[in-house]
Design a protein around this ligand. Sequence first.
Ligand SMILES: Cc1cc2nc3c(=O)[nH]c(=O)nc-3n(C[C@H](O)[C@H](O)[C@H](O)COP(=O)(O)OP(=O)(O)OC[C@H]3O[C@@H](n4cnc5c(N)ncnc54)[C@H](O)[C@@H]3O)c2cc1C
Length: 340
Amino acid sequence: MESILVLMHADETGSTLTKASLESVAAGKELAAQLGAQLAVGVIASDAAAAAAPLASLGARLLAASGEALTQARYATDAAACEAICRAAQPTLVLAPGSSRFARIMAGVAHRLGGAVDTHITALSGTANVEASRWFYRQRIEAVVTRPTRPWFLLLDAGTHAAFAGSTGTAPVEQVAIDLPTPRTTVTGFKAPQQDAQTIRPDAKLLFVAGAGWTKKQPDGQIHANQAGETILRFLRDSGASLGSSKSLVDQGGDGLPVLPFLTHMNQIGQTGATPRHPKGLSTCCHGEEPHVVGWRFINDRRAISLDPNCGWTRGKADVVYIADAFQVMAKVNELLESK
Ligand SMILES: Cc1cc2nc3c(=O)[nH]c(=O)nc-3n(C[C@H](O)[C@H](O)[C@H](O)COP(=O)(O)OP(=O)(O)OC[C@H]3O[C@@H](n4cnc5c(N)ncnc54)[C@H](O)[C@@H]3O)c2cc1C
C-alpha cells in the first residue's frame, strides 16, 4: 500500500507556508483519498509550529524540521531536513511544490533515499497504479508517467491544484531531529529588484500581455513608446498583474526599433516563449497569431484590446475582444484603479 508524504516549506518570513505548498497539500489529500493511502506532511521552516497552523484540520501526521538554519534556502540544510523527514515518515510517494527552493534539492534527496524523481507534474490520478501527468516538448505533448521505484518524488507545478484551505489552529507537530551540516554559506541579506521592476509574477490573478502595437505609429502618425511604457507600468503596479509580451515586441530591440526597456525575452508568451498559468489574461496591441496564442493554453478567461476587428483574437481565440485604442482604454482603467 502507498503512503504519501507532502513536503513543504515556509516563505521568507519563516513561519507562513507558501501558496504552492498548500496546493501540494490539497493534491496529497486528494491522492490519498483515491488510493486509500496514509497521508503525512513535512514542514520545513524556522518556526514550523506557526507555519503548520493552517494544517490543523487536515487530519494527517505532521512532521517538522525547524530552526534558524532553515530560514534561508540553502542546499545542504534543506536537503538534510527533507532527508530526515523522509526517513522518519518512510513514505512511498513524496509530493512537493516545484518551487526553486525544492527544485534545487529534490533530485539529491531522492538519490540519498534510493528513490526516483519527476518534475513539472500537473495532475495525479490512479487507484491501483499512481499516474502522474506532465507536458513535454514545449507543452505540446502530455504524458502520463508511472514508475515502480519507491520512494517516488513528484514536484508539482504551481497553479495546477487549488490551495488547501482548512481551519487554522494549533496542530500537534512532531519535531524531527536533523543532523545539520556546518553551513559553508552565510546569507548576509537580500538584494532584490523593486516590486515594480519584477514584472513576471507567476501567482498573479491576471496576465497582461503587451504586443508590438504599443510601439507602432498611432492614428496621429507618431510613436508613443514612452507613454506606452508608463501606462503599462502604472497598470502593473496598481493591479499586481504579471507582464507577458508578444515575440514581435521583445524582438524589436535587436532591430533598432523602439522598445519598452522593462521587457525581456523572459516575458515572451507563446510557442517559443512561456505558457504561464493565470485565471485571466488581457492582451493589448497584439494581433493574436497562433504562435503567440498557443502560449495562452492555460489562461482560463481571455480578453483582448485591439484596433483590428479582423485580428486573430476576434476569430475565436479570445472570450471577449474590445475593438478599441489600448492607449485610451488602459489610461481609463488606470484612472479607475487609482481612484479606488
Ligand atoms: C516559428 C515561429 C515561432 C513564433 N513564436 C512566437 C511566440 O512564442 N510568441 C509570439 O508572440 N509570437 C511568436 N511568433 C510570431 C507571431 O507569429 C507573430 O508575428 C507575433 O505574435 C506578432 O506580434 P504582435 O501581435 O505583437 O505584433 P503585430 O502583428 O505587429 O500586431 C500589432 C497589433 O497591435 C494593434 N494595435 C496597434 N496600435 C494599437 C492600439 N493603439 N490599440 C490597440 N491595438 C493596437 C494592431 O492593430 C495589430 O493588430 C512566432 C513565429 C514563428 C514563425
